[in-house]
Design a binder for this molecule. Structure first.
Ligand code: 3HC
Ligand code: NAI
Length: 686
């Protein structure tokens, strides 16, 4: 049953039970509405405790209902019904009271919570604003500043901080429902506070709204919802309650149907789906309680930091004592910077370092649960490391490689118990980037693959399963992006024009700026390996830049010139003349920003479709997650595959055919043509 009522003397306890997260489906809204009616009619009831069964309080409106016409009772009416109930309602919160769930508690007269609970209005993350009075009641409860912060960032607040901010009335240490019932009894002995709708909004300092608008706009970039959420709170402070509620609802309904909200909803469900692949349902992962990292360079240090952030003890293995010291110094720098930015305290930084042991001795690994290798991208070096690991580690220790392009099957060739081996591909900087590509070999045991997904959860990362090919999902698409960027140069566009167009689309930086930052040498190595395999990678200009050692910022120049100590890209005469020489025979259409973006994005989608066709990715939405969490693709665009679907795949096919006719892209692959005929990629619509 969704809603049940139990009595503890004069206190009624209403329990919501709508697994998995007690989302406010139509049936639940109706159940709560009916409960409010029934309890108002029952004279023996003096107060009502609202609690939830399962792992969390109400986690919000049912996002799955957002694409459908709203069904009564509407959430704002339910919240209003609870607020004007004849007896006070007390919300008893565990887990998360989010969105509509928190708004329901704002209709209650009191809120109590266990210390591990959190409350918040995360609607902006779904491209919408709170739609059931959150922006209007919250400033009446906790002041305008707290309300603006919560609704424009969407960040939840932990129970203790929520108590300090006046968002909840008490933190209950022991049994939540018993504590809430006791709280209710005590409250009945005192005069009741006003319902939130009847409280005033405290005035703000002069200039507050202008300053808030600047801050929110800068943070939101091109997302619409945060500024709309700010507008709602402002309205709540400036007009009467009912007018503000109407404005909020109107804003909510308008945004709910927007392209950004559809994209963000798609990403929300993609993330839920990615963490629990159906093929691993019921598989118990191998346990991970301790870890080691081999190699303390850029990636190894970042991975070790991520493992420490999750509380795992870490052993760092390097080639020699000097390299151990350098690796530990890299880690110290990461934690120092995190402390400097206020992300962790200095005590926490010291504690993170204290949990790391640096060594050159593989014998130290005899009891670790997980080893991640991040040494040079060289097959022989990696094989040598795994031969040693296979001998030094327990048979049930998971052995993982962070290779970017090498074939994990070949790295693992010949190791004892290959079922414990898999690829775990992190993205730089590994302590910050959310993506983790999980790459099983043919021999990887399902429980080991499941452990990869469990690790991602531990590290607060988004796991995506990828098959073996050159570059897995992310770097394989990156190769296409780069090749397209060069094709644009050969046909009349310039590096700044291409970079500006991709920024305008919403990427944090363009393809040439990004290469100059990361270095052109890594891709050059990878092209060399591809040529050795008989392939013909396309990078005529990048090849010439590497030949004259223009590797990017680190060598003082790449696609752009850089003055010493200055990261500002400047136009390069050298690059311009190389482009002119290479470009001789290419067509030269006029490129505007949209045409440039299409010329890069649509071939990415085509490659994504090939990746689906050969099984390298299991779902189109996984490809979206890879690009969003590994490469900065704007979340509000939903990822390249969603973007293409939102444009209409038939249009994408047509545009790709036109580019192919001009020699500017490959024609659409069979799976893309088929998806266009069937109106979408099979999993990508919800
Ligand atoms: N609606 C529908 N389904 C939801 C949901 C929601 N609000 N929240 C979670 N789910 C589903 C997930 O899709 C997943 O489904 P699956 O098992 O089929 O894949 C399942 O519930 C479990 O979700 P998680 O794996 O995320 O569970 P966790 O225990 O890790 O996390 C949580 C729980 C913190 C509550 C997390 O699910 C979460 O943050 N949910 C989103 C909350 C949210 O954004 N609420 C606001 C909604 S908008 C709103 O309320 C508008 C209102 O103002 C009118
Ligand atoms: P790096 O050169 O910064 O670090 C490599 C480290 O490995 C060095 O500190 C070196 O001393 C150590 N090392 C080399 N041989 C060793 C051995 N036999 N035993 C112990 N330590 C040894 O390289 P980076 O960038 O950290 O790359 C490491 C791996 O991660 C490579 O496979 C790379 O392809 C991959 N990768 C790199 C990414 C990046 O953006 N740099 C992104 C994702 C993966």
């Amino acid at each position: 049953m969704t809603v049940s009522i139990e009595r503890q003397g004069e206190i009624a306890v209403v329990t919501v039970n709508n697994p998995p997260v007690n989302a406010l489906s139509q049936a639940l809204r109706q159940g709560l509405f009916d409960a409010a009616e029934a309890l108002d009619a029952d004279r023996s009831v003096k107060a009502v405790v609202l609690a939830c069964a399962g792992r969390t309080f109400i986690a919000g409106a049912d996002v799955g209902e957002f694409g459908k016409p709203p069904m009564p009772p509407h959430l704002p009416d339910l919240v209003a019904r609870i607020e004007r109930a004849a007896k006070p309602w007390i919300a008893a919160i565990h887990g998360s009271a989010l969105g509509g769930g928190f708004e329901v508690t704002l209709g209650c007269r009191f809120r109590v919570a266990v210390s591990s609970a959190s409350v918040g209005l995360p609607e902006v993350r779904l491209g919408i604003v709170p739609g059931a009075g959150g922006t209007v009641r919250l400033p009446r409860l906790a002041g305008v500043e707290t309300a603006v912060d919560m609704v424009t960032t969407g960040t939840p607040v932990g129970a203790r901080k929520a108590h300090e901010a006046g968002l909840i009335d008490a933190v209950i240490e022991d049994d939540l429902v018993a504590g809430a019932v006791a709280f209710a009894r005590a409250a009945l002995d005192r005069p009741l506070p006003d319902a939130l709708r009847d409280r005033p909004v405290a005035a703000v300092a002069e200039g507050f709204w202008e300053a808030a608008a600047k801050t929110v706009a800068a943070r939101a970039k091109r997302e619409e919802a945060p500024l709309s959420a700010l507008a709602c709170v402002r309205r709540a402070a400036e007009v009467d309650f009912e007018t503000a509620i109407a404005f909020e609802r109107e804003t909510f309904l308008a945004l709910r149907g927007s392209a950004q909200a559809a994209a963000l909803r798609h990403v929300f469900f993609a993330e839920c789906a990615a963490t629990r692949p159906p093929e691993l349902a019921g598989v118990t992962p191998w346990t991970i309680r301790s870890a080691a990292v081999i190699g303390g360079g850029t990636m190894g240090a970042g991975i070790a930091a991520a493992l420490r952030d999750a509380g795992l003890p870490v052993i760092l293995v390097e080639r020699d004592d000097g390299a151990v010291e350098r690796g530990l110094a890299n880690l110290r720098a990461i934690f120092h910077s995190a402390a400097k930015r206020g992300r962790i305290s200095t005590d926490a930084a010291a504690d993170r370092m204290a949990g790391i042991t640096g060594t050159t001795d593989y014998a130290a690994l005899s009891d670790v649960d997980l080893v991640i290798e991040a040494v040079f991208e060289d097959l022989d070096v990696k094989r040598d490391v795994f031969a040693r690991l296979a001998a030094a580690c327990r048979d049930n220790a998971i052995l993982a490689t962070n290779t970017s392009y090498l074939d994990p099957e070949r790295i693992a060739e010949g190791i004892r118990r290959p079922e414990r081996f898999l690829g775990l591909h992190f993205f730089s900087p590994a302590q910050m980037m959310k993506l983790l590509e999980i790459i099983p070999t043919r021999a990887s045991a399902p429980a080991v693959v499941a452990a990869g997904f469990a690790l991602a959860r531990m590290l607060n990362k988004i796991p995506v399963r990828a098959g073996i090919c050159d570059g897995f999902i992310g770097n394989r698409i990156l190769k296409v992006t780069r090749a397209q960027a060069e094709r644009l140069l050969l046909s009349g566009a310039t590096p700044p024009a291409v970079d500006a167009a991709m920024r305008a689309f919403g990427l944090p930086m363009g393809p040439f700026e990004a290469q100059d930052l990361g270095g052109l040498d890594i891709a050059a190595f990878q092209r060399k390996a591809a040529r050795a395999r008989g392939e013909t990678p396309f990078a005529p200009i990048a090849d010439r830049l590497c030949a004259i050692e223009r590797f990017g910022q680190k060598s003082g120049g790449g696609w752009y010139d850089y003055a010493p100590g200055d990261r500002t890209p400047r136009l390069s005469e050298t690059v311009a003349s190389i482009i002119a020489e290479e470009a001789k025979d290419w067509p030269r259409p006029d490129w505007d920003e949209d045409a440039i973006a299409d010329c890069i994005l649509l071939p990415m989608v085509n490659e994504g479709a090939s990746i689906l066709a050969d099984g390298t990715a299991l779902r189109a939405s996984d490809i979206d997650l890879v690009k969003i969490h590994g490469y900065g693709f704007p979340r509000w665009r939903g990822g390249p595959m969603h973007y293409a679907q939102a444009q209409g795949l038939d249009k994408v096919v047509e545009a790709l055919n036109a580019l192919a006719t001009e020699g500017l892209a490959d024609p659409p692959c069979e799976l893309l043509l088929e998806a266009a005929r069937h109106g979408g990629f099979s999993d990508a619509s919800r």
